[in-house]
Design a protein around this ligand. Structure first.
Ligand SMILES: Cc1cc2nc3c(=O)[nH]c(=O)nc-3n(C[C@H](O)[C@H](O)[C@H](O)COP(=O)(O)OP(=O)(O)OC[C@H]3O[C@@H](n4cnc5c(N)ncnc54)[C@H](O)[C@@H]3O)c2cc1C
Ligand code: SF4
Length: 330
């Protein structure tokens, strides 16, 4: 592994100041399970992806660790571990879908030191991206190897130039909850809804979110669920021990007399960004959910563009959407 300089930041301002001063080869590190134990160990680099020379540790910033969840809403520091989220009773009560998604991440060992910020900002799991010899678009190269290669785990919706799928389970739940990201940068703090946080390849193939090199995610905030709202989480994976999602669904459903009043259905494992299935939500609007969900879930087919080896994901997505919405109602 290439050597690097480690800086233990004590405050958010200090961390941002270091990122700003040290430039684009300085990276924020949380638990390091992806950045250090994955990307840097495996020498994943390219013209558009230089190996980091400086790491700014944010787990040493007390302000960024912890959960404050009350009936008025929840705030979660970006350096909070996934295990702390899984074990938080107030979060479980107020926003159950988030704890379920966090529990679906990797193994207990990784959840014990992997952070929420690291989970949301982890880099793609595409096996060509992770392979040293493949200089693809996402590393600054001029080809996507998934187009002609083995694309069984790649995108079926919204792929363009790059066909990676966003790997984060918690991102799917937070988008379904309509949560917001607080971002710290040299100019102060700004808030961005998760609807606008993730960036697809058409916007910028070299990154997956709106963060600038001198910014970091400091907190996540979630509003209370509306009355008569229930949630559900389902993740289908290849290996049952632990694995990334082939397809996952987070459903947040507000109903009135069995009819769809409001809500969000978000899919993981299908698109370069966590994908909000508005086409299904629209088909449910005002309708009796149980009577309509099968037909509404089929609307996902109208936006899917599978590749040579992954049409099976569209069938799974349709089935899981139906199951998740009914599970939320139950
Ligand atoms: C074997 C294995 C299985 C896995 N399975 C799953 C799975 O099923 N589902 C899933 O969702 N994930 C899975 N993961 C990914 C895992 O959840 C992440 O590695 C972990 O959550 C990242 O947390 P971390 O704190 O260690 O991140 P780090 O490695 O510290 O950081 C990851 C990335 O995020 C950036 N970053 C970290 N914190 C911030 C911040 N606050 N602001 C801005 N950028 C930041 C870093 O610069 C880096 O690029 C798996 C990982 C492994 C190794
Ligand atoms: S899908 Fe994206 S990350 Fe994978 S090879 Fe293609 S450009 Fe690279």
């Amino acid at each position: 592994m290439k050597s690097f300089e480690l800086h233990d930041a004590r405050t958010v301002d200090e961390a941002v100041g270091l990122l700003d001063k040290l430039g684009p080869t300085a990276k924020v590190v949380g638990g390091g399970s992806d950045l250090v134990d994955g990307l840097m160990k495996d020498w994943i680099q390219g013209k558009g992806l230089p190996l980091p020379a400086f790491l700014v540790d944010i787990t040493t910033i007390p302000q960024l660790t912890g959960i404050n969840a009350t009936p008025q809403g929840a705030t979660i520091g970006a350096a909070t571990t996934l295990s702390a989220i899984v074990e938080s009773q107030p979060l479980r009560q107020g926003w159950p879908v988030l704890g379920e998604a966090a529990q679906a991440v990797a193994s207990p060992l990784i959840r014990n030191f992997g952070t929420l910020g690291g989970n949301l900002n982890q880099r793609p799991r595409c096996w060509y991206f992770r392979g040293e010899k493949f200089d693809c678009y996402k590393k600054g190269g001029d080809f996507c190897f998934a187009v002609t290669g083995d694309n069984r785990y790649h995108a079926v919706i919204g792929g363009e130039l790059c066909y990676m799928v966003h790997p984060s389970d918690t991102a799917v739940a937070l988008l379904a909850l309509g949560a917001r990201a607080r971002i710290a940068g040299p100019g102060g703090q700004r808030e961005v809804a998760f609807d606008d946080y993730f960036v697809g390849p058409r916007t910028d193939v070299l990154r997956e979110n709106v963060l600038k090199p001198n910014e970091l995610l400091s907190e996540v905030t979630i509003s209370p669920l509306a009355a008569n709202t229930k949630t559900a989480w389902i993740k289908l994976k290849d290996r049952q021990v632990y694995d990334f999602a082939q397809v996952s669904v987070a459903a947040v459903v507000t109903s009135e007399g069995g009819a769809w009043k409001d809500g969000r259905i978000v899919l993981g494992g299908v698109s370069p960004v966590p994908y909000r299935a508005k086409v299904v939500e629209d088909a449910l609007k005002g309708k009796d959910i149980k009577a309509t969900i099968r037909q509404a879930a089929a609307a996902i087919r109208t936006v899917a563009r599978p590749m040579s080896l992954n049409a099976y994901k569209v069938d799974i997505a349709q089935g899981l959407i139906e199951r998740a919405v009914l599970q939320a109602l139950a």
